[in-house]
Design a protein around this ligand. Sequence first.
Ligand code: 5GP
Ligand code: MN
Length: 322
Amino acid sequence: MPSPVQQIADLIRRSDHFLVASHANPDGDAIGSTIALGYILSALGKDFCLYNPTGLPHQFDWLPLPAPIHTTLSGAEGNWIFVLDCGTASRVGDELHKVMGTRPIANVDHHLGNPNFGQFNWVDDSYAAVAAMIADLADELGVPLTGHLAEAIYLGIVTDTGFFTFDNTDPRIMELAARLIRLGLKPGAINAKIRNQWTVSRFRLWGESFATTEMFFGGQVAVAYVTQAMMERTGTDSADCEEIVNFLRRLRGTRAAAILREQADGAYKFSLRSTGADNVQAVAALFDGGGHRNAAGGTIADELTSAKKRLVKALGEALQLV
Ligand code: 5GP
Ligand code: MN
């Protein structure tokens, strides 16, 4: 029985015309994986389109692309659709989600609880990043991990391991990073490109958001929020809220951190972070969200005070803080 990576490689070898998609508001792993797979398909001379419902975020606009990223499906076709880094099918956005039942889907993901929504599924939560799965695929297909392909893979790895600080940082991911460096990747230069992309507007938003921080359960849970008004005032958008939660987690004595971000429709999207055995994925799942044991998220359709209260209560119960 061929392994999943061999099966995916085979699927690529014998087909042509692919659509490569990942989740809306893509993080570095979603966008890095999309671009990396694009470079692999390009190296193999395959026809492909890249798609993301919300496009390439500004902070990544320095990334060299193997092809433009389509934000609508008209003109973006594929015999096979690769869905990358999506724990659930709906994360690809409404437009693609609606047509998913009618097209063959290859689901390549590393989220706990992925329901195997594709015709072909390679789901393995032992991988720290989907980008590392794409690197294994490149190896299987004999495409060298150099140049822009290596940079896209590295972006995915460092995003999902928090620059090798999260619990998912394991020998395999360090060895992959070491191999990329041995093959010519310059960590100083690429890290500067990835990290030094902040706007002063984002800085001001973070200041406002940090000021909302509340501590619960004797300092074991830190919660902050961002409202639409705060984003309007500072001239920022939801992409500027990424990562705030990782900084809340730095508060001494915290076991879990949460940020609530108001969406355009008034609902609150939340992000949770923890370490070790403290499972915040289980908390996110209570609100129909998901993710990983130490990094998870979801949405609560409620006003701020009540959403915060419900989330804090769920965290307190799950982590047995009450
Ligand atoms: P973040 O908090 O950075 O947005 O996401 C952390 C993790 O939780 C990611 O792995 C992401 O895939 C997952 N996640 C975030 N929001 C949602 C959501 O609404 N639904 C599901 N199923 N997973 C989510
Ligand atoms: Mn990921």
